[in-house]
Ligand binder design. Structure first.
Ligand code: 13P
Length: 301
């Protein structure tokens, strides 16, 4: 059912928020906000459905590549804002650019994203600092929250590879001191599937970084498939945002494959996208709720 608001007061469910406040609350309360990457309309609906059901604040994020796939930054802003409105979402929702370039972050601030990441980790630290500073000033002048990155995150995302795995605490401090709202740093985490022989998160390095940045909320990228005892420990050491992309893609693909392999698309109108995509969507919702519970954000909205 779509509710048509009668006046401005009734309309207050229509607003996307910056991620600053929800992350600061999570940092104080020792839980983490899930930051789920979206890929399309279905993904966005599933993420919103799951977080409304779990009563969890949420960050919906899009990489530049995913935004291009969906039709551009404005399209993403309109889609998320309109779904938020027509689904009458009551939990806080931020729309965030994931791994933004300098130009991409500026374009998203302009287009109406409420949060952006500027990933300058592939520049030398001086250039990363100079560019991060520009984006922080621009974003804050419009009430938009900012994430920056130090040290690179292993794995490949959107064709951008990074070999850096453990961020330098002194560099983290230098970027934290610029007034960034939350900081991504490599602590042995990687994007995509974790290899069998993955060594796990480096809690020694996380501890050093957490002490160096003096209470700045930290972001854990590559949140898919990290054992929950490790994510929980990371949360006690300053991690307040956990990014998840691959895991939702895997459960969607798995459920869709099973539907097709069972020949269900050939039964009746099983080929209708509303039927064909339903098992995958249900799987995304179930996994997202499980992650809200594991990260401690369920019930916090
Ligand atoms: P995964 O795809 O490994 O979950 O990583 C997501 C991420 O960190 C987005 O920035």
């Amino acid at each position: 059912m779509i509710k048509v608001p009668k006046n401005k007061e009734e309309n207050n469910f229509m607003v996307l928020v910056s991620a600053k406040e929800m992350i600061e609350k999570a940092h104080e309360g020792h839980y983490a906000i899930p930051a789920f990457n979206t890929n399309n309309l279905e993904w966005t609906k599933c993420i919103l459905t799951a977080c409304e059901q779990a009563k969890s604040p949420v960050i919906i994020q899009a990489s530049e590549g995913a935004a291009k796939y969906m039709g551009g930054y404005k399209m993403v802003v309109d889609m998320v804002a309109d779904l938020h409105d027509s689904m009458q979402i009551t939990v806080p929702v931020a729309l965030h650019l994931d791994h933004g370039t300098y130009e991409g972050a500026k374009a998203c601030i302009e287009a109406g994203f409420t949060s952006v990441m500027f990933d300058g980790s592939h520049y030398d630290i001086d250039e990363n600092i100079a560019k991060s500073k520009d984006i922080i000033a621009l974003a804050h002048s419009k009430g938009v929250s900012v994430e920056c990155e130090v040290g690179g995150i292993g794995g490949v995302e959107d064709g951008v590879a990074s070999n850096g795995e453990l961020a330098d605490p002194a560099e983290c401090k230098a970027v934290a001191d610029l007034g960034v709202d939350f900081l991504a740093c490599g602590i042995g985490n990687i994007h995509g599937k974790y290899p069998e022989n993955w060594a796990g998160l480096s809690f020694d390095r996380l501890n050093e970084i957490n002490e160096a940045v003096d209470g700045k909320p930290l972001v854990l990228h590559g949140g898919s498939g990290i054992p929950f005892d490790q994510t929980s420990k990371a949360i006690t050491m300053g991690v307040s945002k956990i990014n998840v992309n691959t895991e939702l893609q895997l459960v969607f693909a798995d459920a869709t494959r099973k539907y097709v392999e069972a020949g269900k698309d050939l039964e009746g109108k099983g080929y209708d996208p509303r039927k064909l995509l339903k098992p995958g969507c249900d799987a995304i919702i179930a996994k997202a709720i499980e992650l809200c519970e594991a990260f401690g954000s369920a019930g916090k909205a």
